[in-house]
Design a protein around this ligand. Structure first.
Ligand code: 5GP
Length: 141
């Protein structure tokens, strides 16, 4: 299916919608999930317009995995959860709700991942405070 240029993450990348950013480089962006499943829930996206992992170039896939690794380490250090769960959905049939490739980075365990995702809006002040913690951890990796 053709990439939808009007999806929310495309708008965030163009600066048309705000996000609470924790990291950005030439190829990737990481920001707080607006409806976190757990405190510290962070998203990592490529700048390349790709709906799923099945559509992205190898180069952009490598860049997004590299950033995801770094963000996972920072989230683990900052939030001190039991560990870090990564998940990434490909296609509406799999449950993907935003059609721009993204990795979820969540400081939890599979057993604790009870709340369904994209359900409860996070308190912006709490999201910002968690972003600050993660940025601090990134800077000390
Ligand atoms: P998916 O269901 O596609 O795997 O996950 C999409 C994620 O994007 C959800 O966890 C949802 O909370 C998050 N999300 C949806 N809209 C926005 C938004 O406008 N800003 C941010 N930061 N996250 C969003």
């Amino acid at each position: 299916m053709a990439y939808d240029n009007n999806n929310v993450f495309a708008k965030i990348l163009r600066g048309e919608l705000p996000c609470i950013k924790v990291y950005e480089d030439e190829h990737t962006l990481a920001f707080m999930d607006i409806m976190p499943q757990i405190d510290g829930h962070t998203l990592v996206i490529p700048k390349e317009p790709a709906e799923t992992l099945l559509d992205i170039s190898d180069e952009a896939a490598a860049a997004v995995i590299k950033t995801t690794k770094r963000i996972a380490a920072a989230v683990d250090k900052a939030m001190q959860g039991p560990g870090v769960v990564l998940f990434q959905l490909n296609g509406a049939g799999a449950g993907q709700t935003v059609p721009h490739l993204h990795f979820h980075v969540i400081p939890t365990s599979l057993a604790e991942l009870r709340q369904p995702h994209a359900m409860v809006q996070g308190d912006p002040e709490v999201l910002k405070a968690n972003a600050e913690k993660i940025i601090g951890a990134l800077n000390s990796l």
